[in-house]
Design a protein around this ligand. Structure first.
Ligand code: IMP
Length: 195
């Protein structure tokens, strides 16, 4: 069983492969010769996830899934949300993004936040969607060196450590992406779709 994960983010690919490797073969964009940036032009995670998957499905004729993730902070009215990758201006600058979150959260008492992932799956032109959420809080400074993106400043509820202090397996067992991927797997395993 093979499925393309339509992402240019090597960290997302690594997390997905670690969860899916014993269940199905995940192909990367590189594996199918897709080297270009995927479009992400909308204002919701749902639309962006579908746009990326649909781009790959349409241009490469492969069954695939994509995902879009946002960090939603209560005290910032849900920001950075769908703009998480370019919160500080430059796309994918994790250090600048964390600096801006920490600055905007300085002296803010309510530190509640959540990561939300939307996976969009397209099989033979049919579209499916899965959501994963993890709640937690924004730390006052970076802690830990693993993970990626906002991991050093996010502590999931019920844990003493940030995502960046956790081994990959532990993060995946509770994370937004882990939950969405588990829903994807259980759909694939229980449905009669061919992929
Ligand atoms: P996108 O889904 O690739 O647009 O990612 C949105 C932003 O959230 C990027 O800045 C990512 O680095 C960040 N991000 C996505 N997933 C995670 C995660 O699991 N932990 C921390 N940051 C993440």
């Amino acid at each position: 069983m093979k499925l393309v994960f339509a992402t240019n983010n090597p960290n997302k690919l690594k997390e997905a492969k670690s969860l899916l490797s014993n269940k199905l073969e995940i192909l990367s964009l590189k594996d199918i010769g897709c080297e270009e940036e995927l479009p992400e032009t909308h204002d919701t995670l749902e639309e962006n996830a579908f746009e990326k998957a649909n781009y790959v499905y349409t241009n490469y004729s492969v069954n695939c899934f994509s995902e879009d993730t946002g960090l939603e902070i209560d005290a910032l009215n849900g920001a950075p949300g769908v703009y998480s990758a370019r919160y500080a201006g430059e796309h994918g600058n994790a250090e600048a993004n964390m600096d801006l979150v920490l600055k905007n959260m300085k002296d803010v008492e309510n530190r509640a936040a959540r990561f939300r992932t939307i996976i969009s799956l397209i099989i033979d032109g049919k579209k499916y969607q899965f959501e994963g959420i993890v709640t937690g809080e924004i730390l006052k400074e970076r802690v830990g060196a693993d993970g990626f993106g906002y991991d050093p400043i996010f502590r999931p509820n019920g844990y003493e450590t940030s995502f960046a202090e956790m081994p990959l397996e532990q993060k995946s067992s509770i994370s937004h992406r882990g939950e969405a991927i588990r829903k994807l797997v259980s759909f694939l395993m229980s449905s009669s779709v061919n992929y």
